[in-house]
Design a protein around this ligand. Structure first.
Ligand SMILES: *Cc1c(COP(=O)(O)O)cnc(C)c1O
Length: 482
């Protein structure tokens, strides 16, 4: 593809500017000489049609949920209903300023207040803060509250956080940032917490445990109540990484499981668009005993007026400017209201059904390390293909040729050659069947023509990139060559 800088011709233009209304001889006097440009900038000289084609062309290189199936495990790339965008774009939401007085933004405060109530009901918690801008920031906020809770009870020696080896990478990273000591414990053969190993590590150093349920293998932790009792008896608290709530919406709650603090990802389970570093929202919810530690301010209601309460002496403080990513909260609120309790439960049922359907149809051709009923996602292993010299990365690249976004690969770390697949509830049986056919076809290609898979992708604009170099030495803008 030709970049815009490489198109056009001298003198070509797509715009007509009005004549300057400052006499040219005055300019020298009005602008200090060091700010006067003596040479023209080397900008592309293109016509309107060239500019439009350039940008539309770029937009078409992007792949998103609106283009096709995107089974990126643990990321919940579900369809984002467009009505949510329209609602977030209403003047009263879009044009408000965070420094406006409370009396002029009653509607926005009401929305934040109501979202706290909705999310509390959905998760079985008591109170939410909508400040954190992402799941990972929600984790950090939650862990800071756990720390503050222990310190407040003169138990500041509790600084150890238990994290299972199947956890999302952000969990240990957040614990580290919160200044906690991380103790990783191994999963058992069924992909769940090993209760014996847990028991061995419950002592007076325990601050808490971070769990994802269903975990990143897509498996439900059936012992969760027992785990919660053990941890509580040992004086610790339970943190739930609730980034992926799809599987449990309307069926059970982290509150009922015994968690003290959780975060949700509105930009996953609650249909706000994400990816590409776009805005997220990772609200944190707590049970009553942790509510005083929530970030401030919190929205309160008194005599029919909403107001921001800053008078919270035990609060860990602010974690984000103003009220978090407000527009993302608006989109999630629209989604929750449109779905209603029944709709949210249907989300969970369909997400789990879709995942199990894919898993059953794929497990003959790809190894399934944990062969059990899954929740919203499941993890295959490309080990069988790897023995033939074709890696999971090759398989992922080959999927690009067939027009799919690949699943999450090489995660969770406890599965070799992992392929983590999350279809979500918004895909039709047709789409699932087509994807299955493609995955089975690739499995056959690995047997019959492995080189085709190893050299994939063949049909994309760029071939195989050096992923490490792209991360370490990113080239983020086009540079004019000498
Ligand atoms: C996505 C995810 C996170 C992190 O959320 P971000 O918004 O990307 O920070 C944490 N845990 C799990 C299980 C996730 O899937």
């Amino acid at each position: 593809m030709k970049l815009i800088f490489e198109q056009g011709a001298p003198g070509r233009t797509g715009i007509r500017l009005p004549d300057a209304d400052v006499p040219e001889q005055d300019i020298e006097q009005l602008i200090p000489p060091e700010y006067l440009r003596r040479n023209s900038p080397r900008l592309p000289e293109v016509s309107e049609v060239e500019a439009v084609r350039h940008f539309v062309g770029l937009s078409q290189l992007n792949y998103g949920v609106d283009n096709g199936f995107y089974p990126l495990g643990s990321c919940t790339m579900k369809y984002n209903p467009k009505i949510n965008e329209e609602i977030a774009n209403l003047d009263g939401f879009r044009d408000v300023h965070p420094y406006q007085s409370e009396s002029t933004v009653q509607g926005c405060l009401e929305l934040l207040y109501q979202m706290d109530r909705y999310l509390s009901e959905i998760t079985g918690m008591s109170k939410f803060s909508l400040q954190p801008a992402a799941g990972a920031q929600g984790e950090l906020t939650g862990l800071m509250m756990i720390k503050a809770y222990h310190e407040h009870r003169s138990e500041g020696h509790r600084t150890r956080i238990i994290v299972p080896d199947s956890s999302h990478g952000t969990n240990p990273a957040s614990a580290q940032m919160a200044g906690l000591e991380i103790l990783e414990i191994k999963s058992n053969q069924r992909g769940r917490i090993d209760l014996d190993e847990l028991k061995e590590n419950l002592d007076e150093r325990l601050a808490g445990i971070m769990l994802t349920n269903p975990n990143t293998l897509g498996l439900f932790e059936y012992d969760i109540r027992e785990i919660a009792d053990l941890v509580h008896q040992a004086g610790g608290l339970l943190y739930n990484d609730g980034a992926n709530a799809n599987a449990i919406l309307g069926i059970t709650t982290p509150g009922a499981m015994g968690f003290d603090v959780i975060h949700l990802n509105l930009h996953k389970s609650f249909a706000a668009p994400h990816g590409g570093g776009g805005p997220g929202s990772g609200p944190v919810g707590v049970k009553e005993h942790l509510a005083p530690f929530l970030p401030k301010p919190v929205v309160k209601l008194k005599e029919g007026r909403y107001y921001l309460d800053y008078d919270r002496p035990l609060s860990i403080g602010r974690v984000k400017a103003f009220y978090g990513n407000f527009s993302v909260v608006v989109k999630a609120c629209a989604y929750i209201l449109a779905m209603g309790p029944k709709g949210l439960r249907q989300v969970a049922e369909d997400a789990v059904l879709n995942a199990n359907y894919l898993m059953q149809r794929l497990k003959g051709s790809y190894e399934l390390p944990y062969n059990q009923v899954c929740k919203h996602e499941f993890v295959l292993s490309g080990r069988r293909q790897k023995e033939r010299g074709v890696s999971t990365e090759d398989i992922a690249k080959r999927l690009l040729d067939y027009g799919y976004h690949p699943p999450t690969i090489y995660f969770p770390l406890i599965v070799k050659e992992a392929l983590m697949i999350e279809p979500t509830e918004t895909e039709s049986l047709d789409t699932l069947d087509k994807f299955i056919e493609t995955m089975l076809k690739i499995a056959r290609e690995v047997e019959q023509e492995p080189e085709t898979v190893k050299k994939a992708p063949h049909t994309t604009v760029v071939g195989r990139l050096d992923g490490v170099k792209a991360a370490r030495k990113p080239v983020l803008r086009w540079k004019l060559e000498a």
